[in-house]
Ligand binder design. Structure first.
Ligand SMILES: [Zn+2]
Ligand SMILES: [Zn+2]
Length: 321
């Protein structure tokens, strides 16, 4: 499998970003991204220009928009048409999300626990979603230095709780990129897994399937082997025995290396419980697992920015029938 660095949440001066489309495109290339989704607030007007720029570079882009309402912000990725956000009310959000799905869009809840009014009106998620099956991801890490934001843990708990209740839902990271951030602020990067090269369809496919992980630096390559078949993130295996195969990979992004992330432990979470918590002594870990219906996912823990016992990398789940 190939892994590609992507960013799912970015802005330009078509909404409240400082970047022109050209500057965002340039910054994305310089930072080492392979894929980028533009999600300006309530407008997709910058996308045509971004796509034109990207045609001349190696950047793969998808269209998007950030629904920006009094009741929360929602990322809509790769929809075929614009769905009206203006009539979305707390108790009608399910229908609106369904409409976005029917328009071919992927749905992510942006920064659900960000401070709302008066700091940032509407930034806190207060829509009443009753059907989470139509939500593709929860933005667990938002903005830069997500490891230093208390609301990252609230968002993490929302996501993990939904998994525990049987929802198939991914965690995502969004840099919420508006401008050049201070050098000391570290973003999280999303890595999508694709079988072939990154193109629009494989980018979308990986997001849709949950074939991605988010990281403050360290990469990982993991699968569960079952009867000779390797099952990966977003895929489903059968309950019973499986062999976890995991490799901790070095930090691929050169800017993230400056924050000195170092993996010390691997945790495997199966249906809400930590079933493996091992010190990483070599780069590869191979552990037998006894799996019940539900999900299994992986986290890497270690040090970053001089802090110890930090969550560095979160995988999306493999599901179990
Ligand atoms: Zn927002
Ligand atoms: Zn945003």
């Amino acid at each position: 499998m190939n892994q590609y660095a992507v960013e799912l949440h970015s802005h330009t001066n078509h909404s409240d970003g400082d970047f022109t489309v050209d500057e965002l495109h340039q910054q994305a290339l310089e930072y080492g991204y392979d894929g980028l989704i533009l999600t300006d607030h309530n407008t997709a007007s910058g996308y045509k220009e971004l796509e034109e720029r990207a045609e001349e570079s190696r950047l793969v882009t998808l269209g998007g928009i950030e629904w920006t309402t009094y009741f929360g912000h929602m990322l809509v990725h790769d929809a075929k048409r614009l769905v009206d956000w203006r009539t979305a009310k707390p108790d009608t959000i399910d229908q609106h999300i369904l409409e976005v799905k029917e328009a071919g869009g992927l749905v992510g809840i942006a920064h659900p626990y960000a401070v709302g009014s008066p700091m940032c009106t509407g930034c806190h998620w207060s829509f009443n979603v009753t059907n989470w099956d139509n939500v593709d991801y929860i933005e667990v890490w938002n903005s830069v230095s997500p490891d230093d934001q208390y609301w990252s843990w609230d968002a993490y708990s929302l996501w993990a709780g939904l998994l525990d209740r049987g929802t198939r839902i991914s965690c995502s990271a969004g840099r919420d990129w508006h401008r050049k951030e201070p050098m000391e602020e570290n973003p999280a990067i999303t890595y999508v897994e694709t079988e072939g090269p990154l193109i629009k369809s494989s980018f979308r496919g990986a997001l849709e399937q949950g074939a991605f992980y988010i990281t403050l630096g360290p990469s990982l390559d993991w699968a569960i082997e079952q009867n000779g078949r390797y099952v990966r993130m977003g895929e489903t295996l059968k309950a019973g025995q499986g062999q976890l195969q995991l490799s901790v990979l070095p930090v691929m992004n050169k800017t993230l290396r400056k924050f000195a992330p170092k993996v010390e432990r691997v945790k495997v979470i199966h249906n809400g419980k930590v079933c493996v918590d091992e010190q990483v002594e070599e780069e590869t870990v191979s552990v037998p697992l006894e799996l019940a219906p539900g999900y299994v996912r992986v986290e890497l823990w270690g040090t970053i920015k001089g802090k110890s016992n930090e969550l560095l990398t979160i995988s999306n789940p493999i599901y179990i029938d």
